[in-house]
Design a protein around this ligand. Structure first.
Ligand SMILES: Cc1cc2nc3c(=O)[nH]c(=O)nc-3n(C[C@H](O)[C@H](O)[C@H](O)COP(=O)(O)O)c2cc1C
Length: 178
């Protein structure tokens, strides 16, 4: 598929088949996600793939809302996305580079995660980004090092639904020239 088709047809998928996603496919996805741009090429985004049914069920049951738990339950894996702290948006002496402070971390994670989800779609894998969950609980459940901060979950698997695209704003609403 070409890039225009990939961007247009990627949807958030919340219902998955029982087929597992191979490590080969996951590695191909991360191979593309790593090409996302990042602050001074700091490449701070990390992906922890939770495949263990026991741990996946625990995250669904104890660390998120029922709506997201449903997506996680049918997913082949849930990805805990984290960032390495204190690099992106920072100078070498530890001071902030801009008034945006460390929010560039989230910016870089967003660019990386969108690349991850588009790459997944290219390989036939559905995904949904999830922001509503207990970050500290998930960090503890996946043994996240203190040097990293949890930023998002992604449910991953072969799609078992083909949702319509939610309505988008028009170009005129989004765009202005001066
Ligand atoms: C930062 C972020 C957080 C999101 N959190 C959730 C979430 O917690 N649960 C969920 O089901 N979808 C979540 N979504 C998915 C959005 O609802 C979805 O992208 C949007 O409705 C547009 O649909 P589409 O992805 O199919 O184009 C999130 C998306 C983003 C970018």
């Amino acid at each position: 598929m070409n890039l225009v088709e990939c961007i247009n047809t990627r949807r958030s998928i919340r219902k998955f088949t029982e087929d597992p996603v191979s490590h080969e496919t996951i590695e191909k996805i991360v191979e593309l996600a790593k090409m996302a741009p990042s602050w001074k090429n700091t490449q701070i985004t990390r992906y922890t793939i939770v495949e263990s049914k026991e741990l996946k069920d625990k995250i669904a049951a104890e660390a998120t809302i029922p709506f997201n738990a449903n997506s996680i339950n049918s997913a082949a894996a849930v990805v805990a996305v984290s960032v390495v702290k204190s690099r992106c948006g920072f100078e070498r002496d530890g001071s902030y580079s801009t008034v945006k402070k460390d929010s560039w971390q989230m910016f870089d994670a967003g660019a990386a995660v969108q690349t991850f989800c588009l790459a997944a779609h290219e390989y036939g894998i559905g995904s949904v980004i999830m922001g509503i969950f207990d970050y500290d609980k998930v960090a503890e459940m996946v043994d996240m090092p203190d040097t990293q901060e949890m930023v998002a979950l992604i449910a991953l698997g072969y799609p078992d639904e083909t949702p319509e695209a939610p309505k988008r704003k028009t170009v005129e609403e989004l765009l202005s020239y001066k």
